[in-house]
Design a protein around this ligand. Sequence first.
Ligand code: PEP
Ligand code: MN
Length: 341
Amino acid sequence: MLIVMRDHATAEEIDHVVALLHEAGAEAHLSRGEVKTVIGVIGDREVMYSLELEGLPGVEQVIRVLKPYKLVSRDFQREDTVVEVGSATIGGGSFAVIAGPCSVESEDQVLATAKAVKAAGATILRGGAFKPRTSPYAFQGLGVDGLRLLREAADEVGLPMVTEVLDIRDAETVAEYADMLQVGARNMQNFMMLDELGRFRKPILLKRGLSATIEEVLSAAEYVLKGGNRDVVLCERGIRTFETYTRNTLDLAAVAALKSLTHLPVVVDPSHATGRRELVAPMSRAALAAGADGIMVEVHIDPEHAKCDGPQSLTPDGFEALMRELRPLASLVGARVGQEA
Ligand code: PEP
Ligand code: MN
């Protein structure tokens, strides 16, 4: 860390900063110029991020050189983390295909969708039982009944299943049913939840917050790893920009950037990223080409009557067509897509 003092900072101001650094157990190295003094600080990450030096008298700028995360970083672990979700693998050359409805609506709906996505080659079933809805009047999900229906459908077709933990109070219950726990975009910075999920022995699918920077995504994942759970998969699901034609803006550069910064697998959700069915297949192909470790797509047997996110949901036929398109592309980039036939 570097502390740049204001021009002609007084000796007392400089001494005060140095004293605080020593008190915190950090080393201070002074470079004194005629006008400016810069203090180089050596200490560990925890000390660097616990010090609040910006407001001190005489301090102009604090430049942090150490990143706010460690365990998720490629510097800490060079080789890719490969996450096993039941029978499915995410990362290490396996391009996972997570598919299913936005939300569980009925036994027939979830079972028919599960059968269709399994037949087309999906590796993990998705579905929402607890739904984060912008309006309190919108369908909130079937709750525990939804979890049970998802589990039954997943077992019947032989797929592992991921579903969202909307509230930390439900985490134990969700973990009884699910093979992987999803943290939704709106909860990406729910630090208490991330901390708690670090103690779970189930893989976590962490979605990028609506306006989260790449550093914030990685810091959120760091909470889970710091808690002891190393099985985290990041999900780029589009961010808020000025564009309104698409529901969000798919940030594919973030996928490539994350792949270089972290060893954790990264998947793309083209459904929430675009909000438009016709853009899901092209953005899935782009995700594969950009180096993603998988996709998560919404599929509904009857999108026109879906209770949630119908306009962005693929039909079973649309999903099958997407899988057919992805396979030759995958062999070009040396990945295995979904279940091999
Ligand atoms: C979802 O995947 O069901 C969902 C609600 O997504 P997000 O949290 O990315 O909005
Ligand atoms: Mn949805």
